[in-house]
Design a protein. Structure first.
Length: 361
């Protein structure tokens, strides 16, 4: 079997070592004669995985017992609704800083529950940058301020987070969670679908400050209350056991490879390889994001024509690289280079880009 360089946006590449470990344990988990998928979620084996993943996530993101880690289902898209259901009070408001397609969806969903103000939007610059501090207008009565740390489709990432004063700050970190050190104590809630940087699809991680959780509405349906999952250590109902098992292996892999600092150093190096291929192409490749706001996770760029973009994708597949077509809504090329992507993969792509530009420029 020949492995490909996998630039898929999500579900996305997983660390090779994690896949090998999962394969080795698949048929017989710790001598139990069955796979982890076939065991009760109340078994001591799964309880150990569940609490191990919770503890590892806390260690990696750098929080203590004033935060809870929850594993839920429904993807980040369900969080778009669950957040306002729990924290946007009737007649209240929330502020959304919108820097791309996912933030737009989050804001639209919240507006079904109350006033979801657009505190800032960079839509008129085609979501190619983050707003400046003086472009963000927060409302006094905002129950929370929501942002998307990395916009997966446009390839725009916050290098540092805006100051929102005393308002609870909430972030969708689906596509850059644990890719770099952050000050998690600034956030009341962080959520991330696992399938970009943490594991397979099917499990969503929620980090929530306990004191904020205590203020959540008690009225939403049971499964859509953060409190239900917190009270039951994410075992209120049957959890996605295989997803949590894989998540735990990925967290172990991050810890064995230098933690978030190690990931950040490698991610900087990897992104630089591809951005250099863009910047050194004499304008053949045009990066979508403003240089200061460029994502280290999703590198987005255009070619001189759509025909050349089609040809680029076709030839990249022939060269064993998959997943490079941009999102259907924006076109162009997108290279997703999450934690598990190797520097060699980025070098292979940069070499391919150089060759393609030389032949077609
Ligand atoms: C992929 C993605 C989502 C959607 O995630 P689902 O798990 O498919 O619901 C939301 N936000 C961001 C930033 C994403 O990258």
């Amino acid at each position: 079997m020949s492995k490909v360089y996998n630039f898929n946006a999500g579900p996305a590449i997983l660390p090779q070592a994690v896949l090998e470990r999962a394969r080795a344990e698949l048929l017989d988990y710790q001598g139990r004669g069955m796979s982890i998928m076939e065991m009760s979620h109340r078994s001591k084996e799964f309880e150990a995985i569940n609490s191990g993943a919770e503890a590892a996530f806390k260690r990696l993101i750098g929080v203590g017992d004033d935060y809870r880690v929850l594993f839920v289902q429904g993807g980040a898209s369900t969080q778009f609704a669950m957040l306002p259901m729990n924290f946007l009070p009737p007649g209240g408001a929330a502020d959304y800083i919108v820097t791309g397609a996912w933030g737009e969806k989050a804001q639209e969903e919240a507006s079904k529950f109350g006033r979801a103000n657009i505190a800032a939007s960079t839509k008129d610059s085609n979501y190619s940058r983050n707003p400046r501090a003086d472009e963000i207008t927060l409302s006094d009565d905002a129950a929370y301020v929501h942002l998307t740390s990395n916009e997966t489709i446009q390839g725009v990432q916050f290098p540092a987070f805006p100051d929102v004063g005393a308002h609870p700050l909430v972030a969708d970190m689906s596509s850059d969670i644990l890719s770099r050190p952050i000050d998690a104590s600034k956030f009341a809630l962080i959520y991330a679908g696992a399938q970009k940087n943490l594991g397979p699809s099917g499990v969503t991680v929620v980090l929530i400050r306990q004191s904020w959780l205590d203020t959540a509405a008690k009225t939403p349906p049971t499964m859509l209350r953060y409190g239900t999952h917190a009270k039951n250590n994410s075992l209120y109902n049957t959890p996605p056991v295989f997803g949590v098992y894989m998540l735990n292996l990925v967290l172990e892999w991050i810890e064995e490879n230098g933690g978030v600092e190690g990931m950040a150093a490698r991610n900087e190096q990897k992104a630089a390889i591809i951005y250099q291929a863009i910047d050194g192409s004499n304008g053949f490749y045009r990066g979508h994001a403003a240089p200061a706001d460029r994502s280290r996770m999703n590198v987005t760029f255009r070619l001189p024509s759509e025909a050349l973009e089609k040809q680029f994708v076709a030839e990249s597949v022939a060269a064993n690289m998959v997943g490079l077509a941009g999102h259907r809504s924006v076109g162009g090329i997108r290279a997703s280079i999450y934690n598990a992507m190797t520097p060699e993969g980025c070098q292979a792509l940069a070499a391919f880009m150089g060759e393609f530009a030389r032949k077609n420029g």
